[in-house]
Design a protein around this ligand. Structure first.
Ligand code: GLC
Length: 750
């Protein structure tokens, strides 16, 4: 955040004309002043260049790159994953370039470096910011060993569309949960001291609106009116700044007609003027020059101009700044003060990172994949698993049961790691099959994959899978998506289980009648409409990372009571998408009592006799599973919801209390959720908005009285004039286990 810096204006008259130079009293700004005064225009432009290759530098270090670094024409490098190259390039920058300005080495360390944690959507299902922070810390400690001091994470794109491949990297659909996780990631990556060589600068990306890509098609158009932008899409980014994030990344998408990498409203008005962000903004991969394809820029020079003018301080991989900034300044089209501001922001972060004092990486190889790191990864995987169905308590498995291990993800060490793992190694993965063989005696485990990979359409192995099921008491069907079916550029129009997985499940059901437990590993909610009635239990493990196997098996055996809760709404069908919990009521809200399903419509029904409301005749209006949903091996009861008064008190607070009881026979964790509704606003308000949540551990039959405090700022929103306001009127507070199942109390803001 910008600090109030005492500025002394020294006015000197040079050759009869007066010029004034601002001299800061802030020691950091003085260091920047000093180095800036020695830098040539070429060097200044050099700091705005991030060079690199996709995923990793292969072969020898190019002489051209070394020369560019030596001449101070590079500010940062991406994907240099060879320690010797990192050391050599940094040595050249520090010892041979004109002003010895160190490089920042960057990498996508999204959910782990060597020790891979669940994909971010899975980590969001833990609803546990402390656990997410711990995972980010592990990633920073491991990656910095390889010289990586800047990660392009956290990805903070609110996503309401599971067709979008990058929902896997997202914190889900809710701005409050996403904001809590945003702060956790930033604190974890950056640590308590940015100058600590084990810290990594975080990067709030992709600023902004990428998750609203039309149709869930990656890189596509986002149209978001400003109040929605400010109430839903911007909050996680603002929270990242409050947590001290030092960089932002502008995205690929256009927002309301202007590509975000050239969007002055976002990068200057919101980010710099309103939020006083004083770190720097990097573009996404070639997103500056892609503004030509967008039809927003005529050519590379125009792209350089519009990106620099808007506030992109560093250009990732494309080289329009390298080629055209000097020209733009010589022509007077771009003010050199704008370039100085860009370079100051980059140097400010480099100074904060301590790079001028300690530019070289510290080799700390023994921490990589340490026992402690693997334990943290397993904890994250355990807490990310969401139990969606458990008919007749078919789970946990009974000690004597023989299990048939079937399905393409039972032993898929690469796929369980998920998308965006550049440095994770499948050889380090512990798969569910490996764990089952460790925990169960050999005579209890029958293995027959039935399919070799998630897209496999061959039925050649079906009979062996059916036989394995016949010889067992219960089927563990490990289904899902290969890792490559989600992530960047991997949107899907049909989000059922790919390949012949559904057919195999139905074949087993038809031929054996054995109970089936479906364990899904995927990067998105999977539509289960064709098979949900054929399975008795469903676990969603997302892509659970290196320790996904032991985590899944602990849940199957009852050694861990599942506690994950959905961070996204789970649709019945792709036709329901977009579907999310914080929707608007509309003038004709869908209602159970007036809904007539397609099969209940009388033949020859009169046109207007179907309860004219906002729903689908075939798939109704409820999702398969609501936001915040998840089952446990025990059960919880909510009771006695009270509010401290019928309106906000003079301190602008309202105490909300309730009782929570573990009514089952096992200890368990319940994530209690508190939502509000503002019934009447100057713009329409969502039917629910998450405002508080808390993980509560309860022993069997234990009751706790919990109290959560709502403040007036929790009730504020951005109105049509983009003012952050609290409006008087009727409100409701909801407390419960998920967005659909809550107790309710009304109160007033007077
Ligand atoms: C990619 C992604 C971005 C990533 C960057 C560098 O295309 O959009 O999230 O950080 O390029 O790999």
């Amino acid at each position: 955040m910008r600090r109030i810096i005492p500025l002394f204006i020294i006015t000197v008259s040079l050759f009869g004309c007066e010029s004034s130079q601002q001299v800061s009293q802030d020691p950091l700004e003085q260091k920047i002043d000093s180095i800036m005064s020695k830098m040539s225009l070429t060097e200044k432009i050099g700091q705005t260049a991030q060079r690199g290759t996709s995923s990793r530098v292969k072969g020898a270090l190019s002489e051209e790159l070394k020369t560019a670094v030596r001449e101070g024409r590079v500010g940062s490098l991406i994907n240099v994953m060879n320690k010797d190259f990192v050391d050599e390039l940094q040595r050249i920058a520090v010892e041979e370039s004109p002003n010895g300005i160190p490089l920042i080495f960057a990498r996508d360390v999204i959910h782990g470096f060597k020790t891979i944690f669940p994909i971010p959507l899975g980590q969001a299902a833990t609803w546990n910011p402390e656990l997410v922070e711990a995972g980010a810390r592990v990633a920073a400690v491991e990656a910095s060993t390889y010289g990586v001091r800047w990660t392009f994470a956290p990805m903070l794109d609110i996503s309401r569309d599971p067709r979008w491949g990058r929902i896997a990297e997202s914190p889900g659909e809710d701005p409050f949960l996403a904001s809590e996780l945003s702060a956790a990631y930033v604190k974890g990556f950056q640590g308590d001291d940015l100058s600590d060589p084990s810290s990594m600068v975080a990067c709030a990306k992709h600023f902004v609106g990428y998750g609203a890509a039309e149709g869930g098609r990656d890189y596509n158009t986002a149209i978001i009116h400003e109040p929605l932008l400010r109430n839903v899409y911007l909050p996680p980014f603002k929270k990242a700044i409050e947590a001290g994030v030092q960089t932002f990344m502008s995205g690929f998408n256009e927002l309301n007609g202007v590509p975000v990498s050239g969007n002055q409203f976002l990068l200057d008005q919101v980010l710099r003027q309103e939020w006083a962000f004083d770190g720097f903004v990097v573009s996404d991969w070639n997103s500056v020059t892609e503004m030509i394809a967008h039809g927003y820029c005529a050519d590379e020079k125009d792209a350089a101009y519009k990106a620099a003018r808007a506030g992109v301080d560093m250009e990732m991989t494309s080289q329009s700044y390298d080629k055209h900034l000097q020209e733009l300044i010589d022509e007077g089209k771009l003010d050199v003060n704008q370039l100085d501001r860009m370079v100051r922001a980059i140097l400010r972060v480099k100074f904060r990172m301590g790079l001028f004092e300690q530019p070289y990486r510290i080799d700390n190889e023994e921490v990589v994949l340490s026992e402690d790191h693997l334990k943290k990864a397993k904890d994250a995987a355990l807490q990310s698993i969401v139990m969606l169905k458990n008919e007749e308590d078919i789970l946990p498995l009974k000690t004597s049961q023989k299990v048939a291990v079937i399905g393409p993800l039972a032993n898929a060490p690469l796929d369980q790691l998920g998308t965006w793992i550049f440095d994770g190694d499948q050889d380090d993965s512990v798969t569910p099959l490996t764990s089952l063989k460790e925990k169960l005696t050999a005579n209890r485990v029958k293995v027959a994959a039935g399919l070799d990979y998630s897209r496999d359409r061959s039925t050649a192995q079906f009979s062996s899978a059916v036989n394995a099921a016949k010889q067992s008491d219960i089927v563990l069907f490990f289904a899902g998506e290969e890792a490559i079916l989600s992530g960047e550029a991997h949107s899907r129009a049909h989000i059922n289980l790919p390949g012949a997985q559904e057919e195999l499940i139905k074949e087993i059901r038809k031929k054996t009648k054995k109970p089936i437990v479906l364990i899904i590993q995927a990067g998105r909610p999977i539509v289960l409409e064709n098979i949900l009635d054929d399975v008795d239990a469903v676990l969603m493990a997302w892509h659970p990372g290196t320790m996904g196997g032991p985590a899944i098996v602990d849940v199957l055996l009852g050694d861990y009571n599942p506690s994950g809760r959905l961070p996204v709404t789970w649709p019945k069908s792709v036709g329901q998408v977009p579907i999310y919990y914080n929707y608007k009521n509309t003038g004709r809200p869908a209602r159970e009592e007036s809904f007539v399903g397609i099969d209940d419509i009388p033949i020859g029904a009169w046109q207007s006799s179907l309860g004219n409301n906002s729903h689908y005749l075939d798939d109704g209006f409820r999702p398969q599973y609501p936001f915040g949903y998840g089952l446990s091996y025990t059960s919880f009861e909510y009771d006695n919801l009270k509010v401290s008064e019928d309106s906000l008190n003079s301190n602008g607070e309202l105490k909300v209390s309730f009782e929570l009881t573990n009514t089952g026979v096992l200890p368990g964790v319940e994530t209690v959720q508190l939502y509000i509704r503002d019934h009447v606003g100057t713009i329409t308000r969502p039917v629910k908005e998450l405002k508080k949540f808390q993980r509560v551990v309860l022993n069997p039959k234990e009751t706790k009285t919990l109290e959560l405090t709502l403040s007036s700022s929790d009730l504020k929103f951005y109105n049509a004039e983009n003012e952050f306001v609290l409006e008087s009127g009727q409100f409701s507070v909801f407390v419960g286990a998920n967005a659909q199942n809550t107790m309710k109390k009304d109160f007033w803001v007077r």
